[in-house]
Design a protein around this ligand. Structure first.
Ligand SMILES: NC(=O)c1ccc[n+]([C@@H]2O[C@H](COP(=O)([O-])OP(=O)(O)OC[C@H]3O[C@@H](n4cnc5c(N)ncnc54)[C@H](O)[C@@H]3O)[C@@H](O)[C@H]2O)c1
Length: 398
């Protein structure tokens, strides 16, 4: 089987690419890095079944050779991201979905749309079944995302009805796990970052609003099972175990052994009060339900964040800690860290008003290396992912 994963360098997409490759599929990963990172898929570059193509799904989705399945995930997804890129989010739902559907039509491929529980808006029915039409403010701040996904569902359904495309629609509920960005504004990385740094944990409102969190490995299994099924209507995928945001904050404090206190801030507009999937359909049709408990998933995620946060926790950034962080960045052809290859020649850290500017001098033995841009971008992103770093400049020496 050969799959195209749009948005494959994002949080869920990169886990999906990895899962498909492990199951013997070939994977074409398409991304424009608007919210994804090359480092999410750098470990896959050596796999002969893996191919990466940098494309903006809004402009085109162009893949040579056969494609059996299109997993259409390309879209900014966290509130911070879709509020930063509101028009691109609407376009990803509209033009991006249309381009992905056209490709599926040409290739006679199955298309799975990564939709969202946000199509239910601030739901008036609990838990949410797929038959519920939702309660969405069409002109609210979140509408750029909610309405884009509702449009994407309508368009996908129509391509299924009249254009002969075999479609699947996954309504994904809150998912968490490794490779989330620390600063993406979602509750899990926020709370973990604050707890690991013993900073106050910010709860919006009184924290009684509920969420249900699904670990990414479970979610990916669900996407896979749905794609392989022949069920063409929307299916909820998420973990039905509901928890208040306040209790979630307390759980993270317990698992990390943090000294953080909890502080309260006003609830943002249109923030849903309650979110809980009814996964009866997924259970009956796909024989799928989440297996990884919240504590287990959090332990895995916290371990990953500890490794990927600023080395030494929230302490000052040093030349040594920057080099340590760059050990994660590998030459995709050789699979060896840029540090072990001795490509990092110098690191300078400049304090600025808004944070730190890190200047890195990197040397390359082959100036025409085709993966140069990719490696420079990976180095930049690894360092810019460190809390407190506003920007990383990479200077090349040949
Ligand atoms: N994470 C969740 O809890 C969750 C919940 C519901 C739905 N979803 C859906 O799952 C999908 C993946 O979400 P995620 O959490 O991994 O987010 P993410 O931001 O980590 O991943 C999205 C990826 O899509 C890419 N992308 C965005 N617009 C693009 C475009 N025009 N062309 C090419 N690539 C583009 C981004 O660069 C990024 O790599 C999204 O469609 C999202 O709406 C996620």
């Amino acid at each position: 089987m050969r799959a195209l994963v749009t948005g494959g360098a994002g949080f869920i997409g990169s886990h999906l690419c990895e899962f498909l490759l492990k199951n013997g599929w070939q994977v074409v990963c398409l991304d424009n890095f608007i919210t994804g990172r090359p480092s999410n898929v750098s470990q896959l570059q050596n796999n002969p079944g893996f191919m990466f193509t940098e494309q903006d799904a809004i402009k085109r989705v162009d893949v040579s050779g056969s494609v059996d399945y299109v997993f259409h995930l390309a879209s900014p997804a966290s509130p911070v991201d879709y509020l930063t890129f509101p028009v691109q989010t609407l376009e990803a739902g509209a033009m991006g979905t249309r381009n992905a559907l056209e490709l599926a039509k040409d290739k006679k491929a199955v298309l799975l749309l990564a939709s969202t529980s946000e199509v239910y808006g601030d739901p008036l029915v609990h838990p949410q079944k797929e038959e519920y039409w939702g309660n969405v403010n069409p002109v609210g701040l979140r509408s750029v995302y909610d309405e884009a996904k509702r449009f994407a569902e309508a368009l996908t359904t129509e391509y299924g009805r009249s254009q002969g495309v075999s479609i699947r629609i996954a309504r994904i509920f809150n998912t968490f796990g490794t490779r989330m960005r620390l600063n993406d504004g979602r509750v899990v990385p926020n709370f973990i970052y604050q707890a690991l740094n013993n900073e106050p944990i910010t709860v919006y409102g009184d924290g009684s609003q509920t969420r249900s969190f699904c670990y990414v490995d479970d979610l990916v299994q669900g996407l896979y099972k749905l794609a392989l099924s022949d069920f063409r209507e929307p299916v909820n995928l998420g973990n039905p175990v509901e928890m208040s945001v306040l209790n979630f904050a307390k759980l993270i404090i317990k698992i990390t052994g943090s000294r953080s206190e909890i502080i309260y801030r006003p609830l943002p507009a249109d923030d849903p009060r309650q979110r809980q999937p009814d996964i009866t359909k997924a259970k009956n049709i796909l024989q799928w339900e989440p297996k990884i408990g919240i504590e287990d998933g959090l332990a895995r995620t916290i371990a990953w964040f500890k490794m990927h946060m600023k080395p030494g926790g929230a302490g000052p950034l040093t030349k040594e800690s920057v080099i340590e962080a760059l050990r994660d960045v590998t030459d995709p052809e050789l699979g060896i860290s840029v540090v072990d290859l001795e490509l990092i020649k110098d690191v300078e850290i400049q304090k600025q008003e808004k944070g730190e500017l890190v200047k890195i001098k990197m040397t390359l033995t082959t100036p025409n290396c085709p993966l140069l841009g990719y490696m420079v971008q990976s180095v930049k992103e690894r360092i810019e992912g460190i809390p407190g770093v506003v920007s990383a400049d990479v200077e090349l020496i040949f």
